[in-house]
Write a protein that binds this ligand. Structure first.
Ligand SMILES: NC(=O)c1ccc[n+]([C@@H]2O[C@H](COP(=O)([O-])OP(=O)(O)OC[C@H]3O[C@@H](n4cnc5c(N)ncnc54)[C@H](OP(=O)(O)O)[C@@H]3O)[C@@H](O)[C@H]2O)c1
Length: 376
């Protein structure tokens, strides 16, 4: 802290339509009355972070100039994706949705008790050495929890809890989840087990079937198998799931789920209805892992809805009291239900290394990287 410098990762779309990733020196921020200053020691690279860090840029076009913390990574942005990023042209944006660290200073007397505590926090710019945030927004961890364990306390834990909340709020009784081998998917399996909510998991690689079964998943359907639709329909007949959260977003998966739900509903209907079953079917697209267009072959009647879903408006919807209950559950179960696993811890400079970019940009199961901005 002596040099008053806080380094941070920045991502920019240049006027020439290229993506530029670099490290910038900023001043260590000074906490206001209701804020605390956190030394960030762990911050994950999640798909949502990659959306800002790399966006639609073509990783295979990557070139790197300079060395270490002075490196600059350049990538081309395919012509057809340029309009998606026009709003950020010329802006050097800090990255990182969430992180964990130690409170090193407090702005006011009321928050001094937090100094020295391990906290998890969300709020952007977490790929920074130091961050000031409102004291009230911190997840104050229990004694014995490390910054690494706290790093992923917000995005995936709250989203997986919110899926079950949404299911109940919208009068469904079982869930379908895609890209289910993800960090979030594994949390959801544990929540559903403890709350006895039937859950149908969809993955695309056979090796993930046993992995999910080992943590308690009862229904795992592989979308790459010829029997996928049949397997899915059977799981839906058993579970009666009528709401799905689709992280892939592109391709035909959302439509296939609606079709399978319709077939499952029709199998238990008492009479034929030419307009389809009365059972209401909901699919929420909550991620963009597959960037191809979403295609629907409408063979599922008229009682259905396909929409987008995002955590932040959901938090506003449930209000502060319920939010604080969910937050406390995350703090108490951060080493169990909400434990995250990382394959590698990297420094800010290592975020810019091509061999690391080639791995973390793939968003593969069990290949999540953790950044320690204060590691050299
Ligand atoms: N809307 C919200 O508010 C919100 C909040 C939190 C998270 N999310 C979303 O939740 C998802 C999971 O996040 P995470 O951090 O848990 O991910 P993660 O651990 O990094 O895992 C990513 C998963 O996606 C799969 N995958 C990657 N590309 C795919 C594709 N094209 N088609 C199908 N599967 C693909 C991978 O499986 P393979 O090994 O088969 O590649 C892997 O299991 C992300 O899409 C993220 O954006 C959304």
């Amino acid at each position: 802290m002596s040099e008053n410098v806080s380094k941070q990762i920045r991502s920019e779309v240049t006027k020439e339509g290229k993506l530029l990733i670099s490290i910038k020196n900023t001043e260590i921020p000074v906490p206001k009355e209701d804020e605390v200053l956190i030394k960030i020691e762990a911050t994950p690279i999640n798909p949502s972070d990659l959306g800002l860090l790399i966006g639609p840029a073509d990783v295979s076009s990557m070139t790197v100039s300079g060395e270490g913390e002075d490196s600059e990574v350049n990538m081309d942005i395919p012509e057809n994706f340029l309009r998606v990023v026009t709003d950020r042209i010329g802006q050097s944006l800090p990255v990182g949705n969430e992180g964990g660290g130690i409170v090193v200073a407090a702005g006011g007397k009321d928050t001094e008790e937090l100094v020295g505590k391990t906290v998890g926090v969300a709020g952007g710019s977490m790929y920074s050495q130091y961050r000031c945030v409102k004291a009230s927004s911190c997840f104050v961890m229990n004694e014995g929890t490390t910054p690494e364990e706290s790093a992923s306390c917000f995005v995936n834990p709250l989203t997986s809890l919110a899926m079950v909340e949404t299911m109940r709020m919208e009068n469904h009784s079982a869930l379908v989840h895609t890209a289910a081998g993800s960090n979030l998917g594994q949390m959801l399996i544990k929540i559903c087990l403890s709350e006895e909510v039937p859950l149908v998991n969809i993955i695309r690689k056979e090796e993930h079937v046993n992995k999910l079964a080992d943590i308690g998943a009862k229904y795992v359907c592989n979308s790459s198998k010829d029997t996928f639709l049949e397997d899915l329909i059977n799981a839906l007949i058993e579970t009666k799931a009528t709401i799905a959260f689709d992280a892939t977003g592109g391709g035909k998966l959302s439509g296939q789920i609606l079709t399978a739900m319709e077939v499952a509903a029709s199998k238990t209907a008492s009479e034929y209805n030419r307009y389809g079953s009365d059972t209401f079917k909901q699919v929420y697209i909550y991620g963009g892992l597959d960037r191809s267009p979403t295609t629907l072959t409408r063979s599922f009647g008229f009682s259905w809805s396909l929409g987008g879903w995002l955590l932040t408006p959901f938090i506003t919807k449930i209000g502060p009291e319920r939010f604080n209950e969910l937050k406390q559950r995350v703090v108490d179960e951060i080493k169990t239900t909400f434990a995250s696993h990382y394959t590698k811890e990297i420094s800010l400079a290592e975020v810019l290394l091509p061999e690391n970019i080639n791995v973390y940009s793939k968003q593969s199961t069990g290949e999540k990287y953790l950044i320690n901005p204060n590691k050299y």
